[in-house]
Design a protein around this ligand. Structure first.
Ligand SMILES: [Zn+2]
Ligand SMILES: [Zn+2]
Length: 418
């Protein structure tokens, strides 16, 4: 007889599904999966007061970053400055609504959702209460975090500034420092794992999901919730804790990955061939594609920037498409080839996905800043729209792929998995 384990003590590996019993780890230590070596959880100070204080600081910094201009350009007696929202508005007016909406979502709305929900939850937990809407808010934090891109935007801002110094005099504004501080604070905020907050909230008084939805059955197969991480023996279709839909593997994972991958591959062609920016100046009109932007930095004496943009915009998207195709193909054939290396590949694809948005953020800021009527005006081109779609589609393709499919055909060494 196996002694009964409290269900909150179990954790299923995100990447291969092996079940582990939770053990306390010291701050800054990591608990890793015995089979695939993924990080299961990190030891951090699970102190709701400290979390609430840091989140509150991040909320203030976020507001300063949004409402103050980031940088100002001066050229021939003209000047222009841009806030992030102002830059998005310029894109929207120039018939680039898709790009404007995506940039708004990734740099303003989703970071705001993450910070707002986290502040509300941590303040309530600090006062010893499970707030109403606790489950939905924590699910929103997890979702918003996958798509929020403040750190990528920050690098985009720095690249734009370097690019502008060759055209005009650049004066940095308070928004720039606020974005820098926000990037650092968000690096701490992302270490607050919603799954851990769920475990804190579990033991506190407050509104809960109606009990009749939970039918526990000790003989039912164990399932791990994708959203809150709860492992339970259950025959019901929704997680007893957070209400997310339960399934053993992402439904139709490989088919959906292929579909998004195919769409991204097709759009990758116009993304590289069509101009991403048009420059109208006293010297005439000039078209810029992604590759000509790289060449520009290379020839104007900034090889480091040329390398960053080349890697983020050209190498990474191609490798990502190839890597996902390899993962989907081997999972489909139930291959047992190198599961460890394929899991590592999946983790890399998931991690670098967001960085391809770098060029889109540079274009957004450039278009908003270079608006000197008679001297020079830069507008966005259709290539930017296609490129933006490629990045979003490959990120969705990566999210559709269930990494546990890599391990399903591999025999385990007696570990239990779900
Ligand atoms: Zn694992
Ligand atoms: Zn759940």
């Amino acid at each position: 007889m196996v002694p009964p384990v409290h269900r909150y003590d179990l954790i299923s590996c995100h990447d291969c599904g092996v079940l582990h019993r939770r053990r306390p780890v010291r701050p800054r230590e990591k608990a890793r999966c015995v089979r695939c070596r993924s990080v299961l959880y990190r030891g951090i100070h699970s102190d709701a007061s400290r979390m609430a204080a840091i989140t509150l600081g991040a909320v203030f910094t976020f507001l300063i970053a949004q409402f103050f201009p980031i940088v100002e350009l001066e050229v021939g007696g003209y000047n222009s400055s841009a806030t992030l929202l102002g830059a998005i508005r310029v894109l929207w007016m120039e018939q680039m609504q898709l790009v404007a909406a995506v940039v708004f979502l990734f740099t303003i709305l989703l970071p705001a959702v993450e910070l707002g929900a986290l502040l509300y939850v941590t303040l309530s937990l600090r006062s010893g209460q499970r707030p109403p809407g606790f489950d939905h808010l924590l699910r929103a934090v997890g979702m918003a975090r996958r798509w929020g891109m403040t750190e990528v935007l920050m690098i985009g801002i720095l690249i734009t500034i370097v690019k502008m110094t060759s055209l005009a005099q650049v004066v940095v504004q308070p928004g720039l420092f606020a974005f820098g501080a926000l990037t650092l604070m968000l690096a701490i905020v992302v270490s607050f794992d919603p799954k851990m907050l769920w475990n804190i909230g579990e033991h506190l008084p407050g509104p809960r999901r109606p009990a009749q939805q939970v039918i526990r059955d000790e003989n039912a197969p164990l399932l791990a919730c994708h959203s809150c991480g709860l492992v339970e023996a259950a025959r019901h279709r929704h997680c007893a804790r957070c209400g997310a839909r339960l399934h053993r593997r992402h439904p139709d994972s490989v088919g959906r990955t292929w579909a998004f991958l195919l769409a991204a591959t097709i759009l990758y062609i116009p993304a590289n061939l069509l101009p991403v920016m048009y420059t109208h100046s006293l010297f005439g009109k000039e078209d810029d594609t992604i590759i000509s932007g790289v060449v520009y930095f290379w020839t104007s004496g900034s090889p480091a920037l040329a390398a960053i943009i080349f890697i983020a915009s050209i190498v990474v998207p191609v490798l990502k498409l190839a890597a996902l195709a390899l993962l989907a193909w081997t999972a489909q054939r139930r291959s047992r080839w190198q599961p460890m290396q394929r899991t590592a590949l999946y983790r890399i694809v998931e991690f670098v996905g967001r960085w391809s948005m770098l060029d889109i953020f540079v274009i957004t800021l450039t278009v908003a800043l270079v608006r000197f009527q008679s001297l020079a005006v830069i507008t966005a081109g259709p290539g930017a729209m296609a490129f933006c779609a490629v990045v979003v589609l490959t990120m969705i393709a990566a999210m559709q792929f269930d990494p546990r499919l890599i391990w399903d055909p591999v025999e385990s060494n007696g570990e239990k998995h779900v």
